[in-house]
Design a protein around this ligand. Sequence first.
Ligand SMILES: *Cc1c(COP(=O)(O)O)cnc(C)c1O
Length: 399
Amino acid sequence: MAARRPDLRRRAQAQRADALARDLVRSRRVVTRRDGVRMEVDGRWLLDFCGNDYLGLAQQFQVVDAVQDAAARDGIGGISSHLVCGHRVAHEALEREVADWLEVPRALVFGSGYAANLAVQQALLGEGDTSVQDRLNHASLIDGARLAGCRLRRYPHGDAEGALRQLRTVPDGAAMLATDGVFSMDGDVAPLRQLALVARVQSALLYVDDAHGVGVLGPGGRGSVAEARLGVDEVPLQLVTLGKALGGYGAVVAGDVDLVEHLAGNARPYIYTTALPPPQAAAALAAVKLARREHWRREKLAALVQRFRDGMATRGFDLPDSATPIQPVPCGDNARALDMAARLEADGFRVAAIRPPTVPEGRARLRVTLCAAHGEDQVDALVHALARARDHADAARAA
Ligand SMILES: *Cc1c(COP(=O)(O)O)cnc(C)c1O
């Protein structure tokens, strides 16, 4: 007789039907072409306000050239893991460049930020240890604690005293205090100086995931850690992702020599995976050099952020505090976020509606992101369209 277990296909069907009923199903749209901040979707050109290419480097010609040159010379594949024969000169150069940029002794390339967040915790924490995290940390940080098999304790968003309280409840075992530098869905910056103090008094290792800060914030674009005037003594490890402000793909963990070497020798998501394609490493190297040198990109971006916020305030929007290119427009329920995103699209703008579980229940939003390649007129037009979309959603509700 066959065992009576839940049928996985049927369970998936039921879950999808439930998600459909709650406006939670996400669709993937095919982008057929991309040209600067414009993208073609379903045969229409839309202005992109939803990517994370904050500095406009994803299509920058020197970055694209670097990919083509490296591919022509070295081929496209990493061909094995770093510890076998996949560690190439492009990876080595990128690691040196990032370490030099962030003024830390060592750096290590990973296939993605997701893998790096798994790696850092899995390699350093185990049973009996604790990962203490901000409630709004990126999903990959949460998953890292799971892979490590350590305890996970979460504190209220941005609350350093909450972090201290959580650390006090687990006085035994090693501890990591992990936070996003810039929160990916809210755009606000973690209270890093206070967290550094907490980490010090609690002998915890402070790990900052600066996926959205590096390139954008701080002197020379060195990120939220440098902006908080902290260094490798206070933040022994930090994460740089190559897929956001640097326009490519992959990640680098930078920091203390002993810790980084330990990752290279022990992190499963580093050891048991193929090395990042060398052309991607070459692209990232070119992008880092541009991000370090071309301050105008950050200056222009900051001016656009201010222009967007001023324009939104003038039209009666009360935006949450964020001085970064991530500008959430709160909507509340999922249907309203989807309705406003659809209106914006009809007006020629692509803005992402973000729903649970990416954000907490009841906190659906439009996540507007700005890019150094946007023009002032484009930002003004978006503000105008957002006001129209809101008025329409309000009218629909009143009716
Ligand atoms: C995007 C992101 C990651 C994952 O990085 P990938 O390189 O895209 O895998 C990790 N942390 C944060 C905060 C992110 O926004």
